[in-house]
Write a new protein. Structure first.
Length: 277
């Protein structure tokens, strides 16, 4: 209970840590260090930066219900590592340190009152948030790994058409291209790397001709040999992706195609549902 109490207030945690050092209380120091290993996100999204400064680049987001590993603490900034091994910095007011956090293994697929991509858990047939609230969702949240067909993957992806682009975004509040792909594929239990070039490297052993791609394969785009964009194939040279907003379109050589995207096309990778688990 004591550890739980400390975890609810980051300032108290910091003060207890200082007192423990000053009073040479190794057991209390150990307790605080154990609590500080996990940080649970309690805001809908938490912007993450390349350095412990708002003037540095925003590079990704952590989402509500997500547990991140604490690597370092610098003043009110926390250096974290997410489950995809992506490292970044965020402010400590976006969540709490917890010793034994609840694993949120359901993904919200509604867009209100939470966001598509937020994480919750299920207990006694109720969908609950880490803040202890119960929700009745219009669309039932999906347990991570429960989606086992690409037709379902595309259905959930298409439900997000019109959602805005946001650099580093991973929820319906705003996606970037690779964040959109990562969030959608997580429904299948696949934890893809964070960035588009990393996702390309993940599947570079399975490059195929784009015109024969099947729904669920990944189309990659870029310039000068560098990958900078990714989308989910809906078959052939057609895809759903986030560029400006989430949309479905073609980059085939036809009048209605996205010509700029066609000029950036680099390759397509075949993806099997169990290939990235």
């Amino acid at each position: 209970m004591y550890g739980f109490y400390i975890a609810q207030n980051n300032q108290i945690l910091f003060e207890v840590y200082l007192i423990a050092h000053l009073m040479h209380l190794p057991e209390l120091i150990f307790l605080v260090k154990m609590i500080r290993k996990n940080f649970v996100i309690r805001s809908l999204v938490a912007p993450c930066y390349s350095k412990p400064s708002f003037s540095s680049a925003k590079i990704t987001e952590a989402v509500f219900g997500e547990i991140v590993e604490v690597l370092e603490i610098k003043d009110s900034w926390i250096h974290i590592k997410q489950k995809d091994d992506y490292k970044s910095w965020l402010k400590n007011y976006y969540g709490t340190f917890e010793e034994n956090p609840i694993e949120c293994d359901y993904i919200v697929i509604d867009k209100y009152p939470l966001l598509f991509g937020n994480k919750i858990f299920k207990k006694n047939q109720l969908y609950k948030t880490i803040n202890g609230l119960n929700y009745d969702f219009r669309k039932k949240p999906i347990r991570i790994g429960a989606v086992n067909e690409f037709e379902q993957v595309l259905s959930y992806a298409k439900s997000l058409i019109g959602c805005p682009y946001r650099w580093g975004g991973k929820t319906s509040g705003g996606f970037d291209c690779s964040g959109f792909v990562q969030t959608i594929f997580l429904l299948t239990g696949m934890l893809l790397p964070r960035d588009s070039w990393q996702q390309s490297e993940k599947f570079n052993h399975s490059i195929i001709d784009g015109k024969i791609s099947k729904p669920g394969d990944l189309h990659f785009f870029g310039s000068d040999g560098k990958i900078s964009h990714v989308g989910i194939s809906t078959g052939g040279y057609n895809l759903i992706h986030c560029q400006g907003w989430v949309k479905e379109e073609s980059f085939e050589d036809i009048d209605s195609a996205n010509k700029k995207l066609a000029d950036m096309y680099m390759h397509t990778c075949s993806v099997e549902l169990n290939s990235a688990r």
